[in-house]
Design a protein around this ligand. Structure first.
Ligand SMILES: Cc1cc2nc3c(=O)[nH]c(=O)nc-3n(C[C@H](O)[C@H](O)[C@H](O)COP(=O)(O)OP(=O)(O)OC[C@H]3O[C@@H](n4cnc5c(N)ncnc54)[C@H](O)[C@@H]3O)c2cc1C
Length: 442
């Protein structure tokens, strides 16, 4: 009998994790991973060259696969002696993920092929799929896994209309070329923290401004680590009731001297199910009003990083502003940015040498310029998630087509699945999805 063929588009952590899980299954199909960069397993998060960029999850929770929970802790200990509660560098994690993938390839031999190239189309043909690469090469598949990961940030109208170029937070070469002077970072989340730390190390002087609507910055992980109590917080089904119940629980815990971080851990296993039960209108309300608060408490900084951020703030090198941009214009080779502080009408001008977009990946696929996504959307292979985050999926990670039916042969993993499951973008969740998708594909 002819072996089935699965094409995985994207070879970041998600893509290689699905490939490794799938290859290990009995009667595994022929697997092809298509990756446009020259690195497998690293993607945006783990290809950073900065040693100072740390994971925001402890080593004990970063194993490559679900079936060996302490694999990364052991690997890290053998490399550096670090304990399971340490926050390793993201670059080190990239090396680990690449090694796990290459071990899987070595072990399962011909089952996994890799192709360097960019997928630009994925079309249905007869009973299967054809994936087209930018080079013109065509790959036939019985099923496709879309693992294309983080999207570049959205363009920002105030700067676009003034023809002001924004530097991407992930463009290391461009960050190094920033001339002397102050720098403005748009956004105040973990991406801003990455850039602020890299710029502060690379530049001897100049202020780094970070601007977001609320000026909220990520909170730190507990230091030292204390395991949270086992009793989980189960939330009522309505959003308003859940918020009140959660607040009441955090207050009760504070009265008992327990840190709020425990509360986040204690509801971690329920948030995906809670999200999926929320009506669309409540999901949108959450995204509009609560998301900034959620993000800074849920996606926390390693204590070492938090200490560096505090030191930068204390020395005045990092200045976090809450407010909005009112105007931006060029002044020679520099820029003048006018902003208004939150809750005030007063406008302030700042002279800036460069502006870095740290607003995070653009999750609204209706505003994408990615050729593959544009084609898949216009041919109805996939459709946007109704809450505006990524692609609409069924509960089994199958894409919903333009007519509203689950596509038998198109699975999605990674950031594009956030609208469907909410908690589906970090390794502890991705490895579960990788195993689940592999089970369905096999
Ligand atoms: C800066 C940052 C730090 C993070 N830190 C952590 C952390 O500490 N712990 C944690 O658990 N999670 C972390 N995350 C979450 C992260 O999303 C996941 O851990 C994981 O890396 C996501 O992997 P991915 O493969 O889904 O996406 P990506 O890493 O974005 O990989 C997608 C891959 O697809 C390729 N690709 C895209 N389009 C095409 C195409 N058309 N054709 C061919 N190839 C294509 C890209 O080149 C890329 O290699 C972090 C995320 C970011 C952005």
């Amino acid at each position: 009998m002819k072996r089935k063929r699965v094409v995985i588009i994207g070879g970041g952590y998600s893509g290689v994790a699905v490939a490794a899980q799938l290859a290990a299954r009995p009667r595994a199909p022929e697997i092809t991973v298509v990756e446009r960069s020259n690195r497998l397993g690293a993607g945006v998060a783990y290809s950073t060259a900065e040693r100072a960029h740390l994971l925001n999850v402890r080593a004990s929770n970063m194993s490559f696969s679900v079936d060996k929970p302490d694999d990364f802790s052991r690997w890290l200990k053998s490399k550096s002696g670090a304990t399971p509660t340490a926050f390793a560098s993201r670059r080190t994690y990239g090396e680990y993920a690449a090694q796990k993938f290459s071990q899987a390839r070595g072990f399962f031999g011909r089952k996994i092929k890799t192709v360097r190239g960019e997928a630009v189309a994925c079309r249905r043909e007869d009973d299967g799929w054809i994936v087209e690469l930018a080079s013109g090469k065509l790959l036939n598949a019985d099923a496709v896994v879309l693992a294309i990961g983080h999207r570049p940030p959205a363009s920002l109208p105030a700067f676009e209309s003034a023809d002001i170029p924004l530097i991407s937070a992930w463009d290391r070469a461009a960050l190094r070329r920033i001339p002397r002077g102050d720098v403005l970072l748009l956004g105040a989340g973990l991406t801003m923290v990455d850039v602020a730390i890299a710029l502060a190390a690379q530049r001897k002087s100049g202020a780094i401004y970070a601007l977001s609507r609320r000026g909220l910055t990520p909170r730190p992980h507990l230091d030292p680590h204390i395991a949270p109590p086992q009793n989980e917080i189960e939330l009522p089904t309505s959003l308003a009731d859940a918020v009140s119940a959660f607040r009441a629980e955090v207050k009760r815990m504070a009265e008992q001297g327990q840190p709020w971080q425990f509360a986040m851990e204690r509801m971690r296993h329920h948030t995906a199910a809670f999200w999926q039960r929320l009506p669309l209108e409540a999901q949108r309300r959450f995204l509009r009003h609560l998301r900034p608060w959620w993000d800074v408490h849920r996606h926390r900084m390693a204590p070492e990083i938090a200490a560096q951020v505090e030191a930068l703030k204390a020395s005045g090198r990092l200045r976090v502003l809450a407010g909005e941009i009112v105007n931006a214009e060029r002044r020679g080779r520099a820029f003048v940015v006018q902003h208004r502080q939150r809750g005030s009408r007063v406008r302030h001008n700042i002279d800036i040498a460069a502006i870095v977009n740290c607003t995070g990946g653009n999750m609204d696929v209706t505003r994408t310029d990615d050729p593959l996504l544009l084609q898949m959307l216009s041919d109805g292979v996939v459709r946007p998630s109704p809450n505006g985050l990524g692609i609409e999926l069924d509960p089994e990670a199958r894409a919903i087509d333009g007519a509203g039916r689950p596509q038998e042969g198109v699975f999605v993993i990674g950031p594009l699945s956030q609208g469907a499951y909410w908690e589906s973008t970090a390794v502890p969740d991705l490895r579960v999805w990788a195993a689940e998708i592999a089970k369905r594909l096999a």
